[in-house]
Design a protein around this ligand. Structure first.
Ligand code: GLA
Length: 395
C-alpha cells in the first residue's frame, strides 16, 4: 500500500541519492506500554501496543560495502563502510543502524551496502521507542536487501535488542523491539518476557467510548541509560538473595507476590527491597490487567495503571517531577480512568485512559498546569494502535 507520503519520500530519496533502479519500502512502529514497566528484563510480563507513529525507510542496495543514510528531519548524510562497522558507535544519528547491521552479520545474515532514507514520526527520545522503531525497521530492511525473504519477527526483535546491548551499551529488555516487530492493529501484546510466549489481546476502546492519550513531557533525558543499567544491577542483587530461599526461581518473574512477602525481610538493603517489590507487584498487576480487560472492566484496569505509576515513583524511583505533574493533573479530571508513566522513565511520556468527552478537558487543564509548573509545553497525542514492522513493497 503506497500512500502519498511514500511518494513524497521517493522524490526526496531521488533528490538525495539519484535515480537508479527499484526502491524498497519498509516500516516499523514505536510503542506505548499500557502496563508492565521494568519487568521485561526480569523475565516478567509486559502489555505494550505498537503505535501508528513509525519509522519508514526507503532503501536501495549498492554494489559496494558503503551505507549512506539520511533522515528527513536531520538533513545530514551519514556514511559508513560495513568493513569497518565498529567505527560508528559515537555517531549522534546512525549508530543504532550500524549496531543492527553488525548484529545481523554476527547472526549469519548477509549485509550489503545501501542508500537509505529514514522518516520518523515517533518523537525522538520521547519514551515511545523511536529507537526500537529505527532498529527493527533497519533490521528488516537490511535482512531483506541482503536476500532474506523468510524474516522472523521475534528473531528481528532480538537482533535489535542485542544491538543495544553490544553496540550502544544499554542493557534493555525485549519489550520495545518485540512490540515494534510483532504488534498488530487494535491489539495489545501480552508478552511473557521469559519464554517470549505471547497473546494478542483485542483493545477496542472506541466501543467503550475511551481513548488512549499519550502525553509527552518533552524533558531532555540525560542520565537515563546509566540509571537504567543501575536498576538492572539492583534487581540482580535482590534476586540473588531471594534465590537462597526460592532456589528454583531463575528470575524475578518466577517469584509470586506471596513468596516475595514471605521473604522480603531477608533483603536487608531497604532500597533493593523496594526495587524488587516494584518488579514483583508490577508483574502481578499486568496479569490482573489482562484478566479485568477480558471482562471489559476498564475502570479496574485504570486503577491498576494508577497503582503502577505510584510503584514506579515510590519504589522503583524512575519517575520525575515532569511525569508526576502530568499524572497528578490527569487524576484531577473526571473521566480519566487511569494514568501512568510509560517506558523507562526519567522523562518521556505518560499514558492515560480517558473517556472521549473528557479528552479535551484533560489536554487543556493538564497542558496549562504543566506549562505553569514546569515552564515549557507538554505534547499530547491520541494514539492509535498500528501494525508491527514489515516490508511494504517496491516503488
Ligand atoms: C525501556 C527498555 C525496555 C523496558 C522499559 C521499561 O523502554 O528499552 O526494555 O525495560 O524501558 O519497562
Amino acid at each position: 500500500m503506497m500512500d502519498e507520503k511514500i511518494l513524497g519520500l521517493k522524490e526526496r530519496f531521488i533528490k538525495e541519492f539519484g535515480e537508479r533502479g527499484e526502491l524498497y519500502v519498509f516500516r516499523s512502529p514505536g510503542r506505548v506500554n499500557l502496563i508492565g514497566e521494568h519487568t521485561d528484563y526480569n523475565g516478567g510480563y509486559v502489555f505494550p501496543a505498537a503505535l501508528t507513529m513509525a519509522t519508514t525507510i526507503i532503501a536501495r542496495p549498492r554494489e559496494d560495502s558503503i551505507v549512506r543514510m539520511m533522515a528527513t528531519d536531520l538533513g545530514e548524510m551519514v556514511e559508513g563502510d560495513l568493513n569497518t562497522i565498529d567505527e560508528y558507535k559515537d555517531l549522534k544519528w546512525g549508530n543504532y543502524q550500524f549496531g543492527v547491521f553488525k548484529e545481523l552479520r554476527d547472526n549469519g545474515y548477509n549485509i550489503v551496502g545501501a542508500d537509505m532514507l529514514y522518516d520518523d514520526t515517533t518523537p525522538h527520545g520521547g519514551g515511545l521507542s523511536s529507537s526500537a522503531a529505527i532498529e527493527v525497521a533497519s533490521a528488516i530492511a537490511m535482512a531483506y536487501l541482503g536476500g532474506r525473504r523468510d524474516i522472523d519477527g521475534i528473531e528481528i526483535a532480538k537482533i535489535g535488542q542485542m544491538a543495544e546491548h553490544h553496540y550502544i551499551g544499554v542493557n534493555c529488555g525485549i519489550m520495545d523491539q518485540f512490540s515494534s516487530a510483532m504488534g498488530k492493529e487494535n491489539h495489545a501484546i501480552f508478552l511473557n518476557c521469559k519464554t517470549l510466549e505471547y497473546e494478542l489481546v483485542p483493545v477496542e476502546l472506541s466501543k467503550h467510548g475511551i481513548k488512549i492519550v499519550v502525553s509527552n513531557t518533552n524533558k531532555k533525558r540525560s542520565l537515563a541509560s546509566s540509571k537504567y543499567n543501575e536498576r538492572r544491577s539492583e534487581c540482580e542483587a535482590g534476586l540473588k538473595i531471594l534465590q537462597k530461599y526460592i532456589p528454583d526461581a531463575d528470575c524475578l518473574g518466577d517469584i509470586s507476590l506471596d513468596e516475595f512477602e514471605k521473604y522480603e525481610d531477608k533483603i536487608e538493603d531497604e532500597v533493593i527491597r523496594r526495587r524488587i517489590r516494584h518488579v514483583i507487584s508490577e508483574d502481578d498487576r499486568v496479569k490482573r490487567s489482562v484478566e479485568v480487560l477480558n471482562k471489559g472492566d476498564l475502570e479496574a484496569f485504570g486503577r491498576l495503571m494508577n497503582a503502577s505509576h505510584d510503584s514506579l515513583r515510590d519504589d522503583y524511583e524512575v519517575s520525575c517531577a515532569e511525569l508526576d505533574t502530568l499524572v497528578e493533573e490527569a487524576r484531577k479530571v473526571d473521566g480519566v480512568l487511569g494514568s501512568r508513566m510509560s517506558g523507562a522513565g526519567f522523562g518521556g511520556c505518560t499514558v492515560s485512559l480517558i473517556k472521549d468527552e473528557s479528552v479535551d478537558k484533560y489536554i487543556k487543564q493538564a497542558g496549562a498546569a504543566y506549562r505553569e509548573k514546569i515552564g515549557y509545553d507538554a505534547d499530547f497525542y491520541i494514539s492509535e494502535i498500528g501494525d508491527g514492522g514489515k516490508f511494504l513493497g517496491k516503488i
